[in-house]
Design a protein around this ligand. Structure first.
Ligand code: NAP
Length: 336
């Protein structure tokens, strides 16, 4: 079966997802496109989806009879109403992160999906599909002994002027928030944030770098350095310290050079290149489940937990090192 997909939001990642559905993956075809900038949807149709119909609104696209499943890649604040409309229409929906910009919004999606009694939503937390993280999770499960600590880092060479302190949580840390609880099979109970001295390249509206310390139910202590003006590259680090040993996320594949009396290899600079294969695998998983009229992978519940945790981390940024509790409602059985 070919799943007929409608894509809402055809910017950087929406256009790339349309390309991978039509040119890389099996089992899906982009049949509909919608973007508030119609020229953007036109360009995607011309480039990678010649048979797609253009819709003036996302709501019209979701309601179209020939759209079996929906991919939401518009601006974050618009995700919630589109996902709710897809659930109401009973159509599987892949939603780029964030699921919603507030925990209440994410909870509304959890409630709507639970009321339908069937998984319909996959959230775009692609790191769970990265081969390196998959191997790391297996090493933690079978080799290192029970985890005690995690040391992680999320470094970008630079960020736009408009990037402010809270975005280090909502736009950047959110990937660690999801992947680390998946990696440890655990949940968070509190967050603290510490700021060292300001990096010289950071703008006046951004405290950079920062260190987020998350404590889990099982007592694991996680420190994540977020440094978005690190200058040298896009660098994701993760090391788990267990009872018997440690396990570290593999570096991306890179040719090693012995050159000019130095042993060296390049470090990536663009985030788009770091998880490119993971994006392919996550969307293939979506197409496979959508063909059965359902969804797999990171769920609305995971989107809700990410929203609750992000809110606590933003509060912790203001709490000057004091722990902010992370409390959530009981997990519905649909997500067990
Ligand atoms: P982008 O390049 O700005 O593209 C978003 C597009 O959606 C723009 O053309 C925007 O038009 C359009 N849009 C805004 N509101 C809309 C609406 N109500 N209906 C239809 N289209 C609408 O942004 P992006 O970088 O692709 O990011 C899109 C989403 O993906 C964000 O939520 C982002 O966090 C997420 N993302 C995830 C990853 C990941 O690693 N998983 C990576 C990148 C992005 P205007 O420009 O006129 O607003």
């Amino acid at each position: 079966m070919t799943v007929r997909i409608g894509v809402i939001g055809t910017g950087a990642i929406g256009s790339d997802h349309a390309r991978r559905i039509n040119q890389v993956l099996a089992g899906g075809k982009v049949v509909a496109l919608s973007d508030v900038k119609s020229a953007s949807a036109e360009a995607v149709r011309a480039g990678v989806a010649p048979d797609a119909k253009l819709y003036a609104t996302g709501e019209q696209l979701i309601a179209a009879d020939d759209v079996d499943a929906v991919l939401v890649a518009s601006w974050g604040a618009t995700h919630e109403p589109y996902v709710l409309a897809a659930i109401a229409a009973g159509k599987p929906c892949f939603c780029e992160k964030p699921l919603a910009t507030t925990a209440e919004g994410a909870k509304r999606i959890v409630d709507a999906e639970t009321a339908r009694g069937r998984r319909l939503v996959q959230v775009g937390f692609m790191r769970r599909y990265d081969a390196g993280y998959v191997e790391l999770k297996e090493a933690v499960r079978s080799r290192t002994g029970a985890p005690i600590m995690v040391h992680a880092a999320h470094r970008n060479p630079t960020v736009p002027e408009a990037y402010v302190t809270a975005m280090a949580i909502h736009d950047t840390l959110i990937h660690e928030i999801d992947v680390l609880r998946w990696l440890l099979d655990d949940d968070y109970v509190s967050a603290r944030v510490f700021f060292p001295r300001q990096a010289a390249r950071a703008n006046a509206k951004l405290r950079d770098p920062q260190v987020v310390v998350l404590e889990t139910k099982k007592g694991v202590l996680i420190d994540v350095e977020i440094f978005v003006n690190c200058h040298y590259g896009y660098d994701i680090q993760c090391e788990v310290v267990g009872e018997d040993g440690t396990a570290r996320l593999p570096e991306p594949m890179a040719v090693q050079l012995r050159l000019g009396a130095k042993l060296q290899n390049d470090i990536l600079t663009d985030w788009k290149d770091r998880f490119v294969s993971a994006y392919d695998v996550e969307l293939q998983d979506f197409l496979k489940a959508a063909a059965r009229g359902t969804a797999a992978g990171p769920s609305s519940w995971d989107g809700y937990v990410a929203a609750i945790t992000s809110d606590a981390c933003v509060k912790a940024q203001e709490a000057q090192g004091v722990a902010v509790p992370i409390e959530m409602v009981r997990k519905p059985a649909l997500y067990d």
